[in-house]
Design a binder for this molecule. Structure first.
Ligand SMILES: *[C@@H]1O[C@H](CO)[C@@H](O)[C@H](O)[C@H]1NC(C)=O
Ligand SMILES: *[C@@H]1O[C@H](CO)[C@@H](O)[C@H](O)[C@H]1NC(C)=O
Ligand SMILES: *[C@@H]1O[C@H](CO)[C@@H](O)[C@H](O)[C@H]1NC(C)=O
Ligand SMILES: *[C@@H]1O[C@H](CO)[C@@H](O)[C@H](O)[C@H]1NC(C)=O
Length: 432
């Protein structure tokens, strides 16, 4: 599990700098056969994973669930055999002196008047150079997590710095961010936090993130950045960002649609199928190493019960959207896996493949056709193949995958369905 902290709100006084059921879906002779070919020698980006946010005190909804429901919701989000298998949790760094509304608490409730007054560390809008004080404040945050036994892996010190809002936030250009990164990186290192990576800058959209990337590179700070981070609100992901850093999509959701648990309802923006395609686009066409949905859970009262969450937690009850299972289909891709080439299958088939660290090969396929199709994957030399699918009535359900005598793997995917294959060595370690 990676824990990534994003500065979702600046200090109040901040500078104006922000289970699957098993089902048999027999192969049907009449179904169109779609042949997909994987090339393990053709390698692309390394994957860091998929995730959700728990910001704005949403984790309290899970904390307040009684067993066994609490366990069920946690499994739905994080379990790699029965749930979405998320590996990234994005939490907020609070900046509010109390828990009013759903704001997040700061660890420095009293505003210091000079940088030197910062003992746990902090920052303020008062004039002067607060970069070091802010870096110290962030290190104190990471150390609080560490004292609870939680290792933070990635640190983002801004959130939507191109957006001005009524809640606490912080503005910054890529150039200003680079100035701060040059202070933050050595501060992390001095505090024995060399393993904590810096992510930047959680732009509201892809166009702004592209600007951040070029400004950070021009300012000479690119080598200190692990991932350029973008949201998809003001401009959607398209093409690739020019950077040597990794690229993560760190926050996006449908903010308008009323709560929907549909997989496919004519392409609605909250549909699971729509999300399957959104994530696919980012990973395959835009070189993303991570895709993080906005909230994992939220209640009914917040924002008119819209689709910005994957699971609706309402008191002691919960409802799971199909968006969760759109992500669940990606759980066969584990952190550290490398994307490899996948091709074929015709215009209604989208395919992506990954070589996991354990040597297994994951293949994720979306069928956009209005009819079921049989996917045949050209021989890869693995003796074991498993497959799972999601459609209107199934959630990452096991589907029978067969290995032909020549090693071709086949399984059926329903109309507007998604199927994931996992090819593995035999338990004794042998290939074919
Ligand atoms: C995932 O769920 C299975 C089935 O309930 C359970 O046996 C396993 O312990 C869970 N994994 C984790 C890491 O909790
Ligand atoms: C960093 O680690 C070294 C070696 O373990 C130790 O001597 C030093 O006190 C540590 N520094 C901090 C700031 O924790
Ligand atoms: C994809 O991202 C990797 C870093 O994860 C980078 O090395 C590579 O150049 C990127 N490729 C494209 C086409 O942007
Ligand atoms: C390893 O397992 C495979 C598949 O179950 C089997 O065909 C093979 O004979 C086994 N090899 C050894 C050395 O046990």
């Amino acid at each position: 599990m990676q824990l990534t902290l994003a500065h979702l709100c600046a200090l109040v006084v901040a500078p104006s700098l922000t289970s699957a059921t098993s089902a048999a879906l027999p192969l049907k002779g009449r179904q169109a056969q779609q042949k997909v070919t994987i090339d393990v020698t053709k390698k692309y980006q390394t994957m860091d994973g998929f995730g959700i946010s728990g910001a704005f005190q949403r984790a309290n909804l899970i904390m307040n669930l009684q067993q066994p429901k609490q366990r069920e919701v946690l499994d739905l989000l994080f379990n790699t055999t029965t749930g979405a298998g998320f590996s990234i949790l994005r939490n907020g760094i609070g900046s509010t002196p109390n828990s009013n509304k759903d704001y997040m608490n700061t660890i420095l409730p009293k505003c210091p008047s000079t940088p030197a007054e910062v003992t746990v560390s902090g920052a303020s809008c008062r004039s002067g150079d607060w970069k070091q004080a802010y870096a110290n404040y962030l290190i104190a945050y990471i150390n609080f997590y560490a004292s609870a036994g939680i290792k933070v892996t990635h640190l983002g010190f801004l959130n939507e710095p191109d957006y001005t809002t009524s809640y606490a936030s912080m503005g910054s250009s890529g150039i200003q961010a680079a100035d701060f990164i040059k202070v933050l990186r050595p501060t992390l290192d001095r505090n024995n936090l060399t393993s904590v990576s810096i992510n930047c800058c959680d732009a509201t959209g892809w166009n702004v993130a592209s600007q951040h990337a070029s400004q950070i590179a021009a300012a000479g700070a690119e080598s200190m950045v692990y991932a350029i981070t973008s949201h998809e609100y003001t401009s959607r992901i398209s093409g690739t960002i020019r950077t040597n850093a990794r690229v993560w999509q760190t926050e996006y959701s449908d903010l308008n649609g009323g709560w929907s648990t549909a997989w496919y309802s004519n392409g609605g923006s909250g549909d699971g199928f729509t999300w399957a395609n959104t994530v696919f686009n980012g990973v395959v066409n835009s070189n993303l190493s991570a895709y993080i949905f906005w909230e994992g859970v939220q209640d009914r009262a917040t924002n008119n019960n819209n689709n910005e969450k994957l699971i609706l937690v309402d008191g002691q009850t919960y409802q799971v959207s199909k968006r969760l299972w759109a992500f669940g289909q990606w759980r066969v891709v584990r952190p550290g896996g490398q994307r490899i080439a996948a091709s074929g299958g015709g215009s209604n088939i989208k395919s992506a493949a990954f070589l996991n660290i354990d040597g297994s090969v994951a293949v994720v396929i979306i069928n956009s056709a209005a009819s079921a199709q049989t996917i045949s994957i050209a021989p890869l030399g693995f003796p074991v193949v498993q497959a799972w699918y999601t459609d209107n009535t199934h959630d990452m359900a096991t589907v029978e995958a067969t290995l032909g005598s020549d090693g071709t793997a086949s399984a059926s995917v329903p109309s507007r369905g998604m199927i994931s294959f996992l090819f593995k060595k035999a338990a004794n370690g042998t290939m074919v």
